[in-house]
Design a protein around this ligand. Structure first.
Ligand code: SF4
Length: 522
């Protein structure tokens, strides 16, 4: 049986992945019976190229994915284990990676993850020690054979390389430009960090789907396989999506009205939603995606019906379906112009509004005076060997505690950064990476390598303020530098620096700015 990497990289087959959502409790729980029966059937179902098992979906505690994955692996089937950063710090993630590799689970879907939900005694503390880019980097290091130092012998040891095949998620159904472009740029960072394929977020707009493929092609990433997310709706799920209960998933007014109408039919829209899924698969196939990822299915019979419907379509039918399934929202941003013949993205033409905004750059409310001053002061203090750099380095090196620097300077740093940025004194400062916005105080998930996928119309999925990455994009766009938004080595924050002087850490080369994490080996 070919492995998943072989299927992606050595065949041209259109692949089918199926999502299996874990449940709370052991596999012997009554509530797990349906999931167990479904997974037993899936293990024998040859048309599923892989089964993908979620990791505490929605941020809630569930049975670990490996418990459901074991029987698939034993049946010789391909399994993808979802691995997210919400519940594990980097060491626990590494440990989990060793466990997965030892047990023969090499296919992973890497995510930052939903914000942590409720567990025993109340809400869980979210971890987000690293993010999806950091986790991809970690896995790349394990794949290359991790260098570790044996402290006693002062000896460098290289561990056996792992063989992970990591995929990632790209969120392409956002409303505003300052959400859409950062998501696309982050996809590129994930490729650089080792993502071998992408699954897009759940969505129902063919134009945005075609735009994602066009963007990656246009930016030289056309070789990276794209898998189209097909979530089979039903009226209850449509209402949950509509209420934005799943971060990053949206249902337009028009689609919500259609779902409500279907609810009044004799089968509550069952046949309609299965056909909608079949049509989405046909669109992804027509657009050159490498496969489809089926979610919201609970029996093999449902999957079989969807695939049977898809097989019954004529080769060119997908074009008509693509015209029909375009549930975008009023005012939604598109990077490419619409091809009038197909209603899809025209990869040869930038959207006229977007093109106009690139030639006449105007400051938004996010381009504040405080930003301009911060940039100026930062340039004066932290341009290597210019301005105050050498003086600052000398003073910190000579201080009684070089981790804190001279006490007066430290007091000024602490007070000034707290006042201006809400600084939490993490000591490994990402202000220059995020246009002088602090990820510790203004990002619920401490995302340092680009936005997570959860924003709701530009606002954080957790708190009611604008996403720092959207604000940073606006600042850089005004200066014509928005393409550089994520153009830095993956930031993996050093927690040992917490409570120390970030100024001293920059001047003395102790923070991430000096480290330049080596690129992932794929
Ligand atoms: S040092 Fe850390 S907490 Fe303080 S502003 Fe910089 S990123 Fe934020």
């Amino acid at each position: 049986m070919p492995t998943l990497p072989e299927k992606f990289e050595r065949s041209r087959d259109f692949l089918i992945g199926v999502e299996l959502v874990s449940t709370r409790g052991t596999v012997t729980e009554t509530r797990a019976a349906k999931t167990v029966a479904f997974s037993r059937d899936l293990a024998q179902y040859p048309r599923a190229d892989w089964v993908s098992i979620t990791d505490n979906a929605g941020g809630n505690p569930m049975l670990a994915a490996t418990a459901l994955g074991g029987p698939f692996r034993e049946a010789g089937r391909e399994v993808v284990i979802h691995l997210s950063c919400k519940d594990f710090n980097r060491n626990a993630l590494e440990s989990e990676a060793w466990l997965l590799a030892s047990e023969g689970f090499h296919n992973l879907l890497v995510l930052s993850g939903d914000y942590s939900g409720t567990g025993i005694g109340g809400g869980a503390k979210p971890v987000f020690d690293i993010d999806s880019v950091g986790l991809l980097t970690l896995l790349g290091r394990l794949n290359a054979g991790l260098d570790v130092t044996k402290a006693a012998a002062k000896q460098q040891v290289k561990l056996q390389p792992t063989h992970f095949f990591p995929g990632a998620v790209v969120t392409n159904f956002k409303l505003h430009e300052n959400e859409v472009i950062p998501q696309l740029l982050k996809a590129e960072r994930k490729i650089a960090a080792g993502a071998r394929y992408f699954i897009n977020q759940i969505g129902y707009d063919s134009r945005k789907i075609s735009e994602l493929a066009a963007w990656l092609q246009h930016r030289g990433h056309g070789r990276v396989p794209l898998v189209g997310n097909v979530y089979v709706l039903n009226p209850a799920v449509a209402r949950a999506f509509r209420a934005q209960r799943i971060p990053g998933v949206v249902i337009s007014d028009e689609l919500a009205a259609l779902c409500a109408r279907q609810e009044t039919s004799a089968d509550k829209g069952k046949a309609f939603f299965l056909e909608l899924a079949a049509r989405q698969i046909a669109i992804y196939r027509g657009l050159g995606y490498r496969g489809a990822y089926l979610g919201g299915v609970h029996t093999v019979a449902e999957i079989e019906r969807i695939l049977e419907l898809e097989r019954s379509f004529a080769p060119g039918d997908w074009r008509q379906f693509a015209r029909e399934i375009r549930y975008s929202r009023p005012g939604e941003f598109f990077a490419f112009a619409e091809d009038p013949a197909s209603g899809l993205a025209d990869p040869a033409r930038v959207h006229p509004d977007y093109a106009a905004s690139l030639t006449a750059r105007r400051p938004t409310a996010n381009v504040t005076y405080s930003y301009r001053v911060s940039k100026l002061v930062h340039g004066l203090m932290f341009t290597e060997h210019r301005g105050l750099w050498d003086l600052g380095a000398r003073l910190c090196r000579g201080a009684k505690d070089p981790m804190q620097g001279p006490p007066l300077m430290r007091a000024a740093e602490h007070a000034g950064k707290r006042l201006m940025f809400g600084c939490k004194d993490c000591g490994d400062c990402s202000l220059p990476d995020i246009a002088f916005l602090c990820p510790e105080s203004a990002c619920a998930k401490n995302q340092r390598n680009g936005p997570c996928g959860g924003t709701r119309d530009g606002k954080c999925e957790v708190d009611d303020f604008e996403c720092i990455w959207a604000r940073a994009y606006d600042r850089l766009k005004y200066e014509g530098r928005e393409q550089e938004l994520l153009a830095h080595a993956p930031v993996i924050q050093d927690q040992r620096l917490r409570g120390t002087s970030s100024w001293a850490n920059t001047w003395l080369g102790r923070d991430h700015l000096a480290k330049k994490t080596p690129p992932a080996v794929t």
